[in-house]
Design a protein around this ligand. Structure first.
Ligand code: NAD
Ligand code: MLT
Length: 311
């Protein structure tokens, strides 16, 4: 009897592949290439993706045998969960696999933005010794506003507390008592915008959060604010941020994610006070190994008709 087929559409850790190889036929495709993906899903039982593959109704229409789509990471915004459910396809992810890695990356961007690390590095590599140009700011005593006090927001808040920062957060779905336990003061969105020296975004991309930080919001912030987004592109409106940076209403930004990815050119890139990374928030060996093995185990359970617990 032939083995069920698992289609791996994006890079998956060798540890994850090893979990699959004994029981399944593992095939590979570039999920970002629709012309390759659509025929490739036709006869597969499971599809494993990360961020670049859009698992939408069109994919489910082509994938007549598909039983499970697995996202080797946290966000499910590139999976049309409703269309999957209609098509009878189970959706699984690895919700805790990369949360420490993502929180650490947000802090890396925050520190890099505060201290102009990439700018100083680039200048020195060009043979320029520019000390005063790249004078930065301290974190101690400053207020950081955490947008979204979920898994990653909490980890970021706990780590930033070690820098003696005051931590405020906006998250209407979190109890004030839970926030207080973490030493975090819950505030409204406008209060967070008005009080923060740093803002770090840890929201999912949804209809409500897309463009949440737009032109109105960027007129409320302090001019010395530095905004970090290692969650999803578009939550901070890119045109509004570009205008705020141009007009000096924002002192800097650290961005790991963009509204369209891959993003190799953007008006935001021209600002010397913007630090950018190419969606590296989950990119550590540790997180990729966890994401790979967690989704591979979930796929194995799903294809055996067993209960798939939250990882
Ligand atoms: P989570 O679900 O644990 O936390 C999200 C929090 O946002 C929740 O507490 C929720 O109550 C809050 N929230 C939801 N809608 C809100 C709204 N409209 N206003 C205010 N708060 C709202 O998610 P998480 O694991 O912490 O992940 C956060 C984000 O980070 C996701 O977008 C995820 O995709 C992204 N992420 C990015 C990378 C990367 O590589 N850059 C890596 C991992 C996760
Ligand atoms: C996630 O949601 O887990 C991240 O964006 C990581 C990724 O896509 O690789």
């Amino acid at each position: 009897m032939s083995k069920p087929v698992v289609l791996v559409a994006e890079e998956l850790s060798p540890a994850g592949i090893a979990v699959l190889e004994n029981d399944f036929e593992v095939r590979y495709v570039d999920g970002a290439d629709r012309d390759a993906l659509l025929p490739a899903v036709a006869d597969v039982d499971a599809l494993i993706i990360r961020s670049a593959t859009k698992a939408n109704a069109e994919v489910f229409e082509h994938a007549k045998k598909l039983r499970v789509v697995a996202r080797a990471g946290v966000g499910l915004d590139n999976v049309d969960v409703e269309a999957a459910t209609k098509a009878g396809v189970m959706v699984v992810n690895a919700p805790t696999s990369n949360i420490v890695t993502a929180a650490e990356h947000a802090i890396a961007l925050l520190l890099a933005t505060a201290r102009n690390v990439p700018q100083g590095h680039a200048a020195l590599k060009q043979g320029e010794w520019k000390r005063s140009k790249y004078t930065g700011v301290e974190l101690q005593g400053k207020t950081v506003g955490v947008l979204g006090l979920g898994r990653i927001g909490v980890l970021a808040a706990q780590r930033l507390a070690a820098f003696d920062m005051e931590i405020i957060a906006y998250d209407p779905y979190i109890q004030a008592a839970r926030a207080a336990q973490l030493g975090v003061r819950l505030v409204t969105l406008d209060e967070l915008l008005q009080q923060s020296d740093f803002i770090t975004v840890h929201l999912p991309k949804t209809k409500e959060t897309l463009g949440l930080i737009g032109d109105r919001e960027l007129h409320l912030v302090k001019p010395e604010v530095r905004i970090i987004n290692a969650a999803r592109g578009g939550i901070v409106d890119e045109a509004a941020l570009d205008a705020a940076l141009t007009e000096g209403r924002v002192a800097g930004a650290g961005l790991d994610v963009f509204s369209t990815e891959p993003c190799t050119d953007s008006p935001l890139f021209k600002h010397d006070n913007v630090v950018i990374t190419p969606h590296l928030g989950a990119s550590t060996h540790e997180a990729q190994e966890k994401a790979g093995t967690q989704v591979a185990k979930s796929v194995k359970l799903a294809l055996s008709g067993e209960f798939v617990p939250d990882a």
